[in-house]
Ligand binder design. Structure first.
Ligand SMILES: Nc1ncnc2c1ncn2[C@@H]1O[C@H](COP(=O)(O)OP(=O)(O)OP(=O)(O)O)[C@@H](O)[C@H]1O
Ligand SMILES: O=C(O)C1=C[C@@H](O)[C@@H](O)[C@H](O)C1
Ligand SMILES: [Mg+2]
Length: 172
């Protein structure tokens, strides 16, 4: 395995599960959203505000390319990283890809408390999440080695499931 890469929608738990997985595997953890913020010196809402979504996506594409060149890290991606072909190629070639699946209901519950997701600043976040998932679900699946359910399962249980199923995967 090169890297272990988590994809999935907002609130699927990529950052949470990624951190736990890295600890368990004693590997470094990188979170694409966090790395973009560190590099830019600004938070994601600010980047969306000043540069629009295309500006954020350009920064994200550059960061994904950089992070996928690592060897032996756990990588959490942003929910929209799969929207660009170049990112899907880099992620697929960058290591094992795990799609963390969550129902829209769970995504709503897990994202309603904080305001740092600019795409969810809409009148109806549940509809936004539903519309995004309809477009993105096939893209997550296209590059995934594993699809892991996160609904009604605490992060620790998701981590154990991932480790168990990764061990059973045939070499690529
Ligand atoms: N399996 C789970 N069960 C219950 N709550 C969870 C689970 N996974 C994550 N959470 C909670 O949901 C919230 C969102 O999780 P997290 O930030 O890890 O999502 P994300 O996939 O990284 O989202 P984004 O794409 O916006 O970065 C956090 O408060 C986290 O504690
Ligand atoms: O789903 C998305 O498009 C996003 C998810 C977050 O991880 C951030 O990358 C940003 O808020 C956009
Ligand atoms: Mg995250």
């Amino acid at each position: 395995m090169r890297n272990l890469i988590l994809v999935g929608p907002m609130g699927a738990g990529k950052s949470t599960i990624g951190r736990l997985l890295a600890k368990e595997l004693r590997l470094p953890f990188k979170d694409s959203d966090k790395e973009i913020e560190l590099r830019t010196g600004a938070n994601i809402p600010w980047i969306f505000d000043k540069e629009g979504e295309p500006g954020f996506r350009d920064r994200e594409q550059a960061m994904i390319a950089e992070l996928c060149a690592f060897d032996g890290v756990v990588l959490a991606t942003g929910g929209g990283a799969v929207m660009r072909d170049a990112n899907r190629k880099a992620l697929h070639e960058g290591g094992r890809v795990v799609y963390l699946h969550a129902s829209v209901e769970q995504q709503v519950g897990r994202t309603s408390r904080d305001r740092n997701r600019p795409l969810l600043r809409t009148a109806d976040p549940a509809k936004t999440l539903r519309d995004l998932l309809e477009i993105r679900d096939p893209l997550y699946r296209e590059i995934a080695d594993l699809v892991v359910e996160t609904d009604e399962r605490p992060p620790r249980m998701v981590v154990l499931d991932i480790l168990d199923r990764l061990a059973q995967l045939p070499p690529r």
